[in-house]
Design a protein around this ligand. Structure first.
Ligand SMILES: [Zn+2]
Length: 993
C-alpha cells in the first residue's frame, strides 16, 4: 500500500506549479512525531499553515487520520480519503492533522539499483524517507520535533538541532533555514563524531561497530567540501553529516547524506560516492531541481564528481566511452527519452540517459565554452539560484549570461530531443598536390545536429588535431598537411555523445542485461534445478528456454545466458576456458549479431547462479567477472578500438627478394611438421603438381605419412581404403567413392597423387562431411538438420573467428543471389565444413599415432589458419605449417606461398552434351556449342544406353568411361530414340573425341 501512496505523491509533485519562494507565500509545516518501536508504529501531529486566497491539496495517502481541525474546529474529511482539500479564505489558515502509521517494518526486497524507499520504525532504529507525513506540493518551511528513546540520536534536514533530555526519552527539535520540498528523519543508536571545517561542522553518525571509519569519512568529507567550495562557491549550510542507514540507501538530503550500512563499509565509497553526495549539497539540495522540466542535477553531479575523479586519474575517455556503451546497451528507441523528461533513475535505462547522457551534455558544453567560462557559469548559476526550484532554462540562462552566447540551439538539441549523434564517415580520401596532402571525408548524419567533431590525423611526423563544426545532414571536410598522412581517427577520446561503431564495442555485462530480448538457456537434464531461478531471472528481464527448444532466431535476436556445459556453448565457441571461482561470467560476442552477446556462466549450480546474478548488475562495463566467497576477485574488459579509424597508408606487405626460395627448400623446412597443409585452387593443375611433389618429398623422409583430402567425404572412407589397399581398381573406386557425384573437377587433376598413394600404400583420409548436409545447412541453417543428420555434426564448433566471418561475408556478398539467402546459414555451413574436416583429421591422428599428414584442400579452408588449421590445432595441439599457392602476400595468410606456373594436363575428353539422370536412365537435355555429339547426329531426349558396350546408368558412368579415353579416340554410343508415330528405336553413333 505504501508503494501506491509513494507513486501518487510523486505524480502530484510533478504536476505542481512551481511556487514562488517569498517567505509569506510558503506554507509553514510544524511536525511532531513519536514512536512505538516494538509495534513499528508512528504517531504524528502535523500543523500546516497556508497563505490565503487559494485551495490547497494535502496528500495523506495511507496515513491513518485520527483527527483534523481547522483553527481548533473539527474539519470534515471523508473516510479513507487520500487527500484533504483546504481553502483558508481571506486570511491564512491552519490545519491540524493527527495521524498514525502502522507496520513500518522496512523494505521487502531490493530493487534493481538497490534503491529502496520503504520506511522503517523498529527497535534497531528509524528511517523515514518516504511519505510519512501529510504533504503539500512544492516548498514548505518545516519545523520538526521527534521524541525518541534514550540512547538514540536523530537527524533531519536542519542547520540547527536542539536536544532536550526528558524522562526516559529525548526530544530532538530541528530548525530548517530554508524552504524545502520534503524532509526525512533518521534515528539510530549512533556514535556521533564531530569535526570543525572553517565555520561549519562536519559530523558522522555511525553505528558503534563502524566508528573507526569516522576519521576517514570526516577527512574525505572536508576534502570534498573544500574542492567544491573552490569550484562552485561556499557550502550552503552550517553543518554537514554522513549518516549510516540500516536500509541500503545512497541519498543526499540538505545537510546530510544517508548511506546504507553495506555501502558505507565498502572501501572505495569514501573516495567516490561520498563526493557525489556532497556535491548534491550544492546541486539538488540548495539549488533545487524543478522536476517539471527535467532533473539536471544527477548528470551535472555525475560529471563534476564520479566522472571528474576518473578524469583526474587520466581515465576520462574510458569513463565517457562507458557512458556510450551503457546507452548502447540499455536504450532502445522505445526506452529512450529526452533529458527534459528525466525525473529519477528507476533502472539502468533511466540512469543511462539521466546520469550518463546528461554528463556528456555538460562535457560538450564545457568543450564549447572552454574550461574557464564553464566554471564561471557554474559559479554564477549557484550564486543566483540557491533555495529555489531551477529548470534547464535557468541553467541555459546562466551559461548564456556568462558566455554572452546564444545557446538556444544547444539546449534545444540536447535537452528537448531524445537520441544520440548518429553519423557515418564516408569517402575518406587522400590526394597529393605537389608536396601537400589533402585528406577529405564526408559526414552523413541521420538528423542534422550541431556538434564539434574532434579529428586526429596521424602522419609520419606526428599528429594533427582539429575540431570541425558539423551541423548539416551531409558535409564535406578537408585537412591539408605537408606531412605524409597515415591514419584518420574521429572522436578518439569519446567527447561526443554518439552511437558507437561495431569495432568500438566489446561484449560486456551491460549488453547482456540490456538486450531487448534476454533468454536464459536451461541445460538439458537440469531444467528442474533451473526452474528455481525463475524469480531472479524475471527480475533481470530474462525469459527461459530449454536448450532443445532454442531456435536460431532466438540466438540471433537475443542476449543469452548459458551454463558453460550446455551443448550450445560447444556449438558456438567449441571450448570456453572458464576462470576458477565460486561464480564466473564470461561475456562473448554472439556470432550471429554484432549487438547481441552470450553470457556463459560457471559453475553449474542454479543456486549459486541465482545468488551472484543479483550482483553482476553493478559490473556492467566488464567482459569477465569472477566471484569467490561472495567477493569479486576478477573483473576485466576486453580490448577494443578507440575512435572511428581509417587507415590512410597502412603498412604495405613486402618481401625481401633475396629471401625468395624454392619449393624444394620449403619442403625441407616443413618436413618436421605434424601436419602440412597445401592449399589449392581446385582447377589449377600446377597446384596439384606441387601437392604431389610435397607428398613425394615428405614420403622420402618419412614412411609414416598420410594424405587428408577434402575431395572425398567421410562415409566413403572404405572405398578409398579399398583402392589404396588394391582391393578394388580405380574404376570401382571412382564409382564407390561417388567421386564424380560429389566433386565436380576432372579426376586427372588428382590422379597423380592417388596413384602415388596407391603404389606406396599411403593412407588417404576422406576429410569432408557429406555434401548434402553442407548444402542443407547453407540453405536452411543447422537447425534444419534431422537428428540423424546431426550425428554427422561435430559436438564442438567454433563460430567466434570474426575476422574469418568478415572474409566469408565479403565472399558471400560478391555472389549473385546472396540477398535472398541468409548469411548466418552460409557461415554455419562453412564452419561446419571446416570443423568436420578438422575433426576427421584429428580422429585419424588419434587412431594412428605417429603419422604425419599432408592435407589437401581449397586455399580458403587454410588462409590465416581460419578454416582447418587452427581448428585442428584446438583439438590436438599438433605442430603445423600452411603452404598456399598463387596467393596474394598478406600478413599471416600462410607460412609459405608458392608461385607455380600454370601447367597443361591431360583433360578427360567431353561429349559436349548436357545430361539428365532419372531412375537409372541418362538422357540428353541439350548440347554445348560446337558439340561433337550433336555433330555426330545425337538428338535432345536420346536415352544413352551404353558407351563402347559399357552399360550407362548414371552420369558418372559416362565421366568414368571418358576418363579412360583420350583426344582422337572414337567412342561408340548406343541410344534409344523416341520417334513420332514410329515408336522407339535403338541407334548407334560413333563419335571421334
Ligand atoms: Zn546523485
Amino acid at each position: 500500500m505504501s508503494r501506491i501512496y509513494s507513486v501518487l505523491l510523486t505524480l502530484l509533485f510533478l504536476s505542481a506549479p512551481v511556487m514562488s519562494v517569498a517567505e509569506d507565500s510558503v506554507p509553514l509545516h510544524v511536525l511532531k512525531v513519536s514512536f512505538d518501536l516494538e509495534q513499528h508504529k508512528l504517531f504524528g501531529e502535523s500543523v500546516i499553515t497556508v497563505p490565503p486566497g487559494k485551495t490547497w491539496n494535502i496528500v495523506v495517502g495511507r496515513l491513518t487520520i485520527t483527527s483534523v481541525t481547522a483553527h481548533g474546529v473539527p474539519f470534515e474529511v471523508q473516510k479513507n480519503t487520500e487527500s484533504i482539500t483546504f481553502n483558508p479564505g481571506q486570511n491564512q489558515g491552519t490545519l491540524k492533522i493527527l495521524y498514525e502509521i502502522d507496520s513500518l517494518t522496512g523494505p521487502g526486497r531490493m530493487k534493481e539499483d538497490g534503491i529502496e524507499t520503504a520506511n522503517l520504525v523498529g527497535p534497531e532504529g528509524i528511517a523515514l524517507i518516504n511519505a510519512w507525513y501529510p504533504s503539500i506540493n512544492g516548498l514548505a518551511r518545516f519545523r520538526l520535533s521527534a521524541l525518541v528513546p534514550q540512547g538514540f540520536e536523530a537527524i533531519s534536514e536542519a542547520d540547527e538541532i536542539i536536544v532536550q533530555e526528558r524522562e526516559g526519552s529525548r526530544e530532538f527539535s530541528f530548525i530548517f533555514g530554508h524552504p524545502v520540498e520534503g524532509i526525512n528523519l533518521i534515528v539510530g543508536q549512533y556514535a556521533v563524531k564531530k569535526a570543525q571545517h572553517k565555520t561549519m561542522e562536519v559530523h558522522t553518525y555511525f553505528f558503534p561497530e563502524d566508528k573507526e571509519l569516522a576519521e576517514k569519512y570526516l577527512d574525505q568529507a572536508k576534502k570534498y567540501i573544500t574542492m567544491y567550495e573552490e569550484l562552485i562557491g561556499p557550502f550552503p549550510f552550517k553543518r554537514f553529516s554522513v549518516v549510516e542507514n540500516i536500509l541500503p540507501t545512497g541519498y543526499s538530503m540538505p545537510t546530510f547524506t544517508l548511506l546504507g550500512r553495506d555501502v558505507l563499509r565498502l572501501p572505495f565509497i569514501a573516495e567516490t560516492s561520498l563526493g557525489h553526495e556532497i556535491l548534491h549539497q550544492w546541486f539538488g539540495n540548495s539549488v533545487y531541481v524543478d522536476r517539471t522540466s527535467g532533473n539536471w542535477s544527477e548528470g551535472l553531479t555525475t560529471y563534476l564528481a564520479d566522472y571528474q575523479y576518473e578524469e583526474i586519474k587520466g581515465m576520462g575517455a574510458e569513463y565517457r566511452k562507458q557512458i556510450l556503451v551503457a546507452y548502447e546497451s540499455y536504450i532502445t528507441p522505445e526506452k529512450d527519452f529526452a533529458l527534459k523528461d528525466f525525473i529519477s533513475r528507476t533502472d539502468k535505462a533511466t540512469a543511462a540517459v539521466g546520469y550518463g547522457k546528461t554528463a556528456m551534455v555538460f562535457h560538450a558544453l564545457k568543450g564549447l565554452l572552454g574550461q574557464e567560462m564553464f566554471q564561471r557559469s557554474l559559479r554564477e548559476f549557484y550564486e543566483k539560484n540557491r533555495f529555489r526550484p531551477v529548470s534547464w532554462t535557468d541553467l541555459q540562462k546562466a551559461f548564456e549570461t556568462v558566455s554572452a552566447k546564444n545557446l538556444d540551439w544547444f539546449f534545444k538539441q540536447w535537452v528537448e530531443r531524445k537520441g544520440a549523434l548518429d553519423f557515418e564517415i564516408k569517402d575518406v580520401m587522400v590526394r597529393y598536390e605537389g608536396s601537400k596532402a589533402r585528406i577529405s571525408f564526408d559526414i552523413v548524419q541521420k538528423s542534422a545536429l550541431r556538434f564539434q567533431l574532434p579529428v586526429l590525423l596521424k602522419t609520419d611526423k606526428g599528429a594533427i588535431r582539429k575540431i570541425l563544426d558539423a551541423e548539416k545532414e551531409a558535409a564535406s571536410f578537408e585537412i591539408e598537411t605537408e606531412d605524409i598522412p597515415h591514419e584518420l581517427v574521429i572522436d578518439e577520446h569519446y567527447d561526443l555523445f554518439r552511437k558507437l561503431m561495431d569495432n568500438e564495442v566489446v561484449p560486456v555485462v551491460s549488453m547482456l542485461l540490456g538486450g531487448e530480448s534476454r533468454i536464459c538457456v536451461f541445460p538439458k537434464g537440469r531444467e528442474k534445478e533451473y526452474e528455481a531461478l525463475s524469480d531472479v531471472l524475471k527480475e533481470h528481464g530474462f525469459t527461459s528456454k530449454k536448450e532443445e527448444d532454442l531456435k536460431y532466431e532466438d540466438i540471433k535476436g537475443s542476449s543469452l545466458l548459458v551454463p558453460y556445459d550446455a551443448e550450445l556453448v560447444k556449438r558456438l565457441y567449441a571450448n570456453v576456458q572458464m576462470p576458477e571461482g565460486d561464480f564466473a561470467l564470461v561475456v562473448k560476442q554472439n556470432p550471429y549479431s554484432t549487438k547481441g552477446v552470450v553470457g556463459i556462466i560457471s559453475p553449474l549450480s542454479a543456486a549459486e547462479t541465482g545468488k551472484y546474478l543479483r550482483r553482476v548488475t553493478h559490473y556492467g562495463k566488464y567482459s569477465t567477472l569472477v566471484f569467490k566467497d561472495n567477493r569479486n576477485i576478477t573483473k576485466t574488459i576486453n580490448e577494443s578500438e578507440n575512435g572511428i579509424r581509417f587507415l590512410l597508408a597502412g603498412d604495405i606487405a613486402g618481401v625481401e627478394m633475396p629471401l625468395l626460395t624454392t619449393a624444394t627448400e620449403v619442403v625441407n623446412k616443413i618436413s618436421n611438421k605434424d601436419i602440412v597443409y597445401v592449399g589449392e585452387l581446385h582447377d589449377r593443375f600446377d597446384h596439384h603438381r606441387i601437392q604431389y611433389q610435397v607428398i613425394r618429398e615428405l614420403y622420402k623422409k618419412n614412411k609414416k605419412l598420410a594424405i587428408g583430402m577434402e575431395m572425398f567425404q567421410k562415409p566413403f572412407q572404405k572405398a578409398v581404403d579399398d583402392y589404396i589397399s588394391g582391393a578394388i581398381d580405380e574404376k570401382a573406386f571412382l564409382k564407390k567413392s561417388e567421386y564424380f557425384k560429389r566433386w565436380v573437377f576432372d579426376y586427372n587433376l588428382y590422379r597423380e597423387i592417388l596413384l602415388f598413394a596407391q603404389e606406396k600404400k599411403i593412407p588417404v583420409i576422406a576429410l569432408n562431411i557429406r555434401k548434402e548436409i553442407v548444402t542443407k545447412v547453407s540453405k536452411e541453417g543447422l537447425q534444419s538438420l534431422s537428428l540423424e543428420e546431426m550425428k554427422d555434426v561435430p559436438e564442438d564448433m567454433d563460430l567466434s573467428d570474426m575476422e574469418y566471418q568478415k572474409r566469408l561475408r565479403g565472399h558471400f556478398e560478391s555472389h549473385a543471389g546472396s540477398q535472398a539467402r541468409n548469411f548466418d546459414f552460409f557461415y554455419q555451413s562453412q564452419v561446419l565444413w571446416d570443423e568436420s574436416m578438422a575433426h576427421n583429421l584429428n580422429d585419424f591422428m588419434t587412431r594412428n599415432p605417429g603419422y604425419q599428414v599432408v592435407v589437401l584442400a581449397g586455399g580458403g579452408h587454410m588462409a590465416f589458419g581460419s578454416g582447418i588449421p587452427k581448428r585442428a590445432h584446438r583439438l590436438n595441439g599438433k605442430d603445423y605449417a600452411v603452404i598456399m599457392n598463387s596467393e596474394d602476400v598478406d600478413k599471416d595468410v600462410a607460412d609459405y606461398i608458392l608461385y607455380p606456373l600454370p601447367l597443361p594436363f591431360p583433360e578427360a575428353p567431353k561429349l559436349g552434351v548436357m545430361l539428365k539422370e532419372e531412375n537409372r536412365v541418362v538422357s540428353i537435355s541439350g548440347f554445348s556449342p560446337d558439340s561433337i555429339a550433336e555433330k555426330a547426329g545425337l538428338l535432345t531426349d536420346d536415352l544413352i544406353l551404353s558407351l563402347d558396350g559399357e552399360k550407362i546408368e548414371a552420369i558418372e558412368d559416362i565421366k568414368i568411361h571418358l576418363l579412360y579415353t583420350k583426344k582422337g579416340d572414337t567412342v561408340n554410343v548406343k541410344v534409344r530414340r523416341k520417334r513420332f508415330l514410329f515408336g522407339e528405336k535403338e541407334m548407334e553413333f560413333t563419335i571421334t573425341l
